[in-house]
Design a binder for this molecule. Sequence first.
Ligand SMILES: C[S@@+](CC[C@H](N)C(=O)[O-])C[C@H]1O[C@@H](n2cnc3c(N)ncnc32)[C@H](O)[C@@H]1O
Length: 354
Amino acid sequence: MSLKRRLADQIAANGPITVAQYMIACLHDPDFGYYATRPALGAGGDFITAPLVSQMFGELLGVWAAASWELMGRPDEVRFVEMGPGDGTLMGDMLKTLRHAPGFLDAADVWLVETSAPLRALQAERLGDRVQWAASLEELPDGAPLILVANELLDCLPARQFVRTAIGWSEQVIGLDRDGELAFGLIPSAAAGLLPDARPGEVYEQSPAQAALGAALGARIAADGGAALLIDYGRAEPGFGDTLQALRRHQKVDPLDDPGTADLTIHADFPAVMGAAAREGCETAILTQCDFLARLGIGARAEALVRAAPEKSATIGRQLTRLIAGDEMGELFKVCVIHSPGWTPPPFDESEGE
Ligand SMILES: C[S@@+](CC[C@H](N)C(=O)[O-])C[C@H]1O[C@@H](n2cnc3c(N)ncnc32)[C@H](O)[C@@H]1O
């Protein structure tokens, strides 16, 4: 039995499934889901993320965490959390930097929010007993301010897709073709009246799960104080477009090909996430990854690394370009902050253009 066969049997019996249901099965099915069974990050795996491009990324997020804690008035107790921590590289680099931030690690209890058993095992190997795990935000004890980081988490939360046809909005679903193979199709949508106006052919993506995460973070931070940084590829303004993407060994593949064996993502919908957090009483802001890292001083950090190891100059230059260039990760990736009212975390406090 494969996930493809099982989904085809279910669809034959019960009818088509939404893209969101398909994403949940592909990523989290306990027997076949990508994150449940075979997550493979890094150069030898299926996809690469910013912390795996360069240690500079995690180091600067560590600087961000320490600076935010200072601005919050150095609370005695703080929950330092990473959601969706992958192979633990990012938390490892942040903790290395935070050892040089007087007082932070005495105040912080360190949590990883992770659903994947194989990735928890990798994180434990890398980070040892310095960290604790929770399966969801709700499992994290409340009552202390939060400093939270999540890189490329929003993009693997399930989303629905709607397609504007000549006669109105339809929902994109996964059904079966005449040969019994998985195929995309359209069904009339009860949500049609709630969707924005658009030209025929446009695709509208909606992720209740992303918005729910924004709301949960917003409610927690409004009550306990703190800041959450969400970093991902996605849109900073509401918009249209089909962004469902499957990656296997760094190649884009058909999202319906051999489900469960590729990473499957959809763009982050930052306006929806930020709107949900704001409705819970938080403030929000957004920068491109390039602006965020530049303002935190990635240029100076790269120069220092080159001074310490001149023979690595070309490699460090390539890593810097990958993280901040407009045609690489610099513009497509955005950094959004959700924070309690009354202060603004760095570097969102710097006015535009500085
Ligand atoms: C694309 S990886 C990103 C890994 C890491 N942040 C990095 O930048 O290298 C997505 C991570 O989110 C985790 N994840 C997926 N869905 C999740 C959920 N609903 N709650 C918590 N973690 C989740 C995955 O297991 C994995 O650790």
